[in-house]
Design a protein. Sequence first.
Length: 272
Amino acid sequence: MIDLTGKVAIVTGGASGIGRGICLVLAEQGASVVPTDLNLEGAQSVASEVAALGRPSAALRIDVTDRSSVEDVVSQTISEHGRVDILINDAGVVGAPGWQDRENPTDADWDYVLAVNLRGVVICSEAVASHMKERRYGKIVNIASIAARQGGTDIPHYNASKAAVVSWTQSNALQLAPYNVNVNAICPGLLWTPMWEGIARKRSASGFDPSLAASSTGSTREYFEKTVEAWIPMKKEQTPEDVGKLAAFLVSDDAHNITGQAVNVDGGRRMN
């Protein structure tokens, strides 16, 4: 069993989807969890779920593109909990509002995705770095994607941003290794989250994969299930809890010698 008793974790994008799953798994393993998100109400709901598991939790609003917002979250967490042991960088987007309805990404889509998915990860990591270096202890996990492993035609800006997260993970791991801080990434596969529902809607409407569109009734869930069947060797979707369980291992002391890695959780979609 992974033991995270006494550890304090900040999770960005913690209001829903993968972030929520990670928050709950970390809490189940004993960690005190701070769910953070632009959607404070959603983060507070997850904090209530964490508290129901018997772990201290208080949600905070965060804008990962705003350095002062991020630094405030780190300062508040240290003030209330005494330290930050774990940072999970999960906040992510596929494009600017309305991206599902555009055939090609606009400059606004590129700017927004890179600001949140890449710069947001960098800003959050830098915000905890001095604290972790001073303590000579820390665990950072960046949520990338199997989209980082291969280009794509319909959301190339998203794929590029996640590939950059993997590269940043390696660089940051080298920067922090002398201070006993581990930095790793997780590349999730196909999960039924609000983000993937949007992707399914865009792809089913655009005929992204004619073989899938031809056999679909128009339901985004059905399109997603057919994608899983066609793309995933194990023929099953992944879940936020699947990602959370790997995150819990990577932030545990059992993984003290693992750093700079990007691990797929994708049922065999990409094999490295």
